[in-house]
Design a protein around this ligand. Structure first.
Ligand code: HEC
Length: 199
């Protein structure tokens, strides 16, 4: 009798613990993330997905190491930075060149400049909605609806991210300090030679 009672109590405790845990894990996977959690996830994704490589200006240490300019995170090619002259014949055929900060690129498409991804309304993506941002990253179009994005923006890689990842990245970008930086317009291929030689 006593033994039966003991087994019943142990079983009850076991099932209680089992179902409480089940409830917790189910809740964990379906509970929508708060805005703060989305921003934290977006921060992690943006800074582990190479966005800084092209979109953040760089500084160089005395021994030549390249570092991110943390005062201008993700603000794109600096508006006052002139792209140095380039003799394309020296590049040999079919090469692509990047400037020192990796924010400006020369190739068969002409010259392209990494965009300002801070939420400045006039010069960044402050006027871009979440939907437009997702379309930009998935369809490779400027502001999601404009001309095709030029290389080397790797949207074909980023288009594979989940909706939640892209939403989180957008939430993080919108939480950044807006930086006013008017990135130059791209230079088409037929004007690129004269443009690069003239500087
Ligand atoms: C290898 C360089 C490179 C990397 C890495 C890169 N980008 Fe870009 N990105 C560019 C360039 C260059 C442009 C401008 C293309 C153009 O003018 O057509 C651009 C444009 C964009 C635009 C379009 C802005 C607009 O006004 O519509 C968005 C958004 C963007 N990038 C987001 C990102 C995000 C987010 C990441 C990281 C997940 C990233 N990029 C990584 C080079 C890069």
């Amino acid at each position: 009798m006593r033994k039966g009672y003991f087994i019943a109590v142990i079983s009850a405790i076991f099932f209680l613990v089992f179902f409480v845990q089940l409830g917790c894990s189910e809740e964990g996977s379906t509970k929508p993330k708060t805005q703060q959690e989305m921003i934290a996830l977006g921060k992690y994704l943006v800074h582990t997905s190479a966005c800084d490589d092209c979109h953040t200006p760089k500084i160089f240490t005395q021994d030549g190491r390249m570092m991110l300019d943390t005062t201008r995170i993700l603000s794109g090619h600096p508006q006052d930075q002139v792209v140095p002259p380039l003799d394309k014949s020296e590049l040999r055929m079919d090469w692509i060149a990047g400037n020192m900060g990796l924010t400006a690129w020369v190739g068969p498409w002409g010259v392209s400049y990494a965009a300002n991804l801070t939420p400045d309304k006039a010069t960044g993506i402050g006027a871009v909605t979440e939907e437009m941002f997702i379309k930009t990253m998935r369809d490779g179009k400027l502001k999601g609806v404009g001309r095709g994005l030029l290389p080397p923006m790797p949207w074909e890689v980023y288009r594979l991210k989940t909706d939640e990842d892209l939403k989180a990245m957008y939430a993080y970008l919108m939480s950044l300090k807006p930086i006013r930086n008017q990135v130059p317009l791209p230079v088409p291929p037929d004007k690129a030679d004269a443009f690069l030689a003239a500087k």
